[in-house]
Design a protein around this ligand. Sequence first.
Ligand SMILES: Cc1cc2nc3c(=O)[nH]c(=O)nc-3n(C[C@H](O)[C@H](O)[C@H](O)COP(=O)(O)OP(=O)(O)OC[C@H]3O[C@@H](n4cnc5c(N)ncnc54)[C@H](O)[C@@H]3O)c2cc1C
Length: 281
Amino acid sequence: MAHCVVQEAEAILDREFPVLDTGFIRLVDYLGGDERVVQAARVSYGAGTKGYREDEGLIDYLLRNQHTSPFEQVVLTFHVKLPVFVARQWVRHRTARLNEISGRYSVLQEAFYLPASEDMALQCTQDKQSRAAEVLDREQAQGICAAMAAAQKRAYTEYTDLIEQGIARELARINLPLSLYTELYWQIDLHNLFHFLKLRLSAHAQKEIRAYAQVLLQITKQVAPLSCRAFERHVLEGVSFSREEFAEIKRRLGLSQGAASKARLEGKDLARFEAKLNTRG
Ligand SMILES: Cc1cc2nc3c(=O)[nH]c(=O)nc-3n(C[C@H](O)[C@H](O)[C@H](O)COP(=O)(O)OP(=O)(O)OC[C@H]3O[C@@H](n4cnc5c(N)ncnc54)[C@H](O)[C@@H]3O)c2cc1C
């Protein structure tokens, strides 16, 4: 079977999809698409693509049953411009290959991420890693954004001063803030990209990396729409339950008997369970 050409993916190659204030994602290249997933899955009995409906069913079956290796046959390369604090979260995903701009080799550009004032929030009191849902008073938020912008300007001026004094680029850069933009070439296969998206589209992930994950998913839909549909159906919008939660569901449906019907989820476990039901409602 020949090289897979996906017209929808060809149409967006090299196009910059904006993310945050001045970040972006570009699809640089791709290898395979839904057709490649199907070919790989059917290689054992030599039957190629059979038709859209059958292929869609096969892809859905593979994803639902975690037959993941055919999805590894599809590879995507992205060019991403992202703030350093997002890149630090991004590079924890070890199953990708990447190249990043070198601050030792080149002078870094003056490009910093500044949150919009409506994104400025207090620390969340319940969840230690998140921001509170309520937005700040507009004037206070604008004041904080202005102070952040001034600090970024100061840090970059100090950086260029050091460069002009002939200080090594690898040293001059070390006081630059986490809001500095960096750029990566990032290559990953579709199975591991889905794993990345599952974690980084979650409400637990930081808003800024979620914004990148949303754009990655939109781009990936152009390369492998049926695989993405199955991923959304079974992973992103599907839910798994613990043994105790499952018992609670059966109890509520009147399907459990005896001691099991009396077993109750309590406290935080019950709250987590209700939240799970409600977010999917
Ligand atoms: C909301 C959120 C909060 C987080 N908070 C923190 C935090 O506070 N501190 C922190 O340090 N990290 C944090 N992380 C990062 C997290 O712990 C993972 O490192 C990250 O999500 C990458 O996941 P992964 O290892 O499954 O992915 P990948 O590195 O892409 O790996 C995919 C899978 O391959 C296997 N694998 C890959 N490499 C190895 C290996 N060397 N050995 C064994 N198995 C391997 C594992 O099964 C893994 O699940 C957070 C992540 C999220 C989504």
